[in-house]
Design a protein around this ligand. Sequence first.
Ligand SMILES: C[S@@+](CC[C@H](N)C(=O)[O-])C[C@H]1O[C@@H](n2cnc3c(N)ncnc32)[C@H](O)[C@@H]1O
Length: 230
Amino acid sequence: MENVTSRILISDKDLSIERYPQNNGMDAFSWFRISNSPYYTFPEGLEVESGEVIYSLIRMMKAKRILETGTRVGISTRYMAYALLDNCLGGEITTIERCGISYNYSREKITSAGLDDFIDCINAGSLDEDIIFLDNEFDILFLDTEPEYRYAELMKFFRCLRVGGLIVIHDLSDLYCEKFCAPYDSCLPMAIKQLLSDGILSSMSFKTCSGLTIMQKNSQPLWERKHERI
Ligand SMILES: C[S@@+](CC[C@H](N)C(=O)[O-])C[C@H]1O[C@@H](n2cnc3c(N)ncnc32)[C@H](O)[C@@H]1O
């Protein structure tokens, strides 16, 4: 079977691979960038390495329900959708994008890749009041909006993640750094520190060129159990 990155490239001629432009003291990385896009004046991209890790996590866990925040041009969405396709178990990604132009653009890309059956695009803000899901609905939360929203999203959608499920946060290479990602001011909130110190969440972070943190929900916190319906 063709590698997932090659399949995404073949189905979208706007995408090409270039070396990550800044070395950041690490080995050079390859990443996707959008070239010649009619919609953007700056490139959008995801590290190939991170995309392939997310693809493999879904293959390995046989995940079926995924929530993504921040669709943009749908590169990560397509990595995840190919994993569902290759698992042959069905499943669906719900992806939320607040920018109308990005929403329309990514929908076109998803359709032309033949991945519509696996993706439900929502044009809204992830933190909008009417964006709600069932408890334990998701196997994976992939958080990729603006860095300053991602911890709020983690807290908002935590109860929608099943025990054993994963939270994957892009652009975060060090949970305990002072700020999420300069110049954003988004320190690790006390509530998440508590989940980590109680062992309800475990985490590992990778210093990729953008950063990637993967957390696992090991058990339900008391405040979720208190609201269980009998
Ligand atoms: C880093 S880009 C996502 C890249 C995308 N995952 C990809 O692979 O193409 C961030 C996106 O999040 C969107 N966004 C920012 N805040 C949002 C929010 N609160 N709810 C939904 N989308 C949001 C932005 O409009 C932008 O398109």
